[in-house]
Design a protein around this ligand. Sequence first.
Ligand SMILES: NC(=O)c1ccc[n+]([C@@H]2O[C@H](COP(=O)([O-])OP(=O)(O)OC[C@H]3O[C@@H](n4cnc5c(N)ncnc54)[C@H](O)[C@@H]3O)[C@@H](O)[C@H]2O)c1
Length: 290
Amino acid sequence: MGDREYIITGGYCHPPSDPASSTHARSRFKGKSIIVTGGAGNFGKACALRMASEGAKVALFDLVDPSKAKEEIQASNPGCTVLGVQCDVTKNDEVERAVASVKEAFGRVDYLFNNAGYQGAFRPLPDYPPDDFRRVLDINVSGVFHVLRAVSNVMKSQEPQGGSIVQTASMAAHSGPPNMVAYGSSKAAVHHMTRIAAKDLAPHDIRVNSVSPAFTGPGFMWTRQVELQAEAGSIHYDKDPKVVAQQMIGSTPLRRYGSVDEVIGPVTFLLSDDASYLTGIDIQVTGGMN
Ligand SMILES: NC(=O)c1ccc[n+]([C@@H]2O[C@H](COP(=O)([O-])OP(=O)(O)OC[C@H]3O[C@@H](n4cnc5c(N)ncnc54)[C@H](O)[C@@H]3O)[C@@H](O)[C@H]2O)c1
């Protein structure tokens, strides 16, 4: 499944060849520290790489062993400090221990990319498996809450207090995509949690924002979406994945999917002081869909 690409041509506009170089050279995060959840995955590793390249110490949390991602980040950024912590975000005690270990190692936690997530099954609502619904909500809502709570307590108690947090929601939070009742509902909760947390944490100089990516590629994350929507068999998408790819891209004003780097640019913007007067907002990284 991962080998097939469903390339769409004819986009109105093409991604920059090196999005990381499209803004001025930076060291916005020099000497600071970040926890990245889902750190072994696509967005998590890309965010960690960008943060390390701008001087941050990075802690990768993931359910799977993040050693490979850690080695990659260290190889691209010689001398940077990277911790890999295997941790299940659905388990609050594991999260508390993992966050405490980062505070111990780094002295403070300045940033959080609260990003671990699970997409779940693609089925029309009457067929949606209840166990999978619970699992999606457990990871995407309770897991995000556990990490947000533990990290914000550290940010609140450190001297000087404060920090900046970005959570990964999704366009599914806004659009209500067919066949994704668990995922769409869970990401709507992340979006709402962000707005509430921004108010609760503002007195402690902690900003909380979110990003809502839509179609992102290339590779497995794109082909999985396309093939599972085709397999789900609904009136909304064709049964042929090639046609589904065209339907998806056709609904995107820029007529292409976004790259991982094009999602991480807005993430690091929101984390940084460039966004110092922004809290409780969501950036829809969607090529113009809304
Ligand atoms: N890729 C997309 O097209 C897309 C679009 C919108 C939103 N998102 C969201 O972006 C985030 C990252 O997605 P990605 O594309 O990098 O996916 P990915 O599968 O590459 O990364 C997700 C990571 O989360 C980890 N994870 C899952 N359950 C966990 C748990 N219980 N505890 C700790 N870690 C756990 C996984 O092991 C994985 O490494 C997710 O929240 C996803 O829902 C992705």
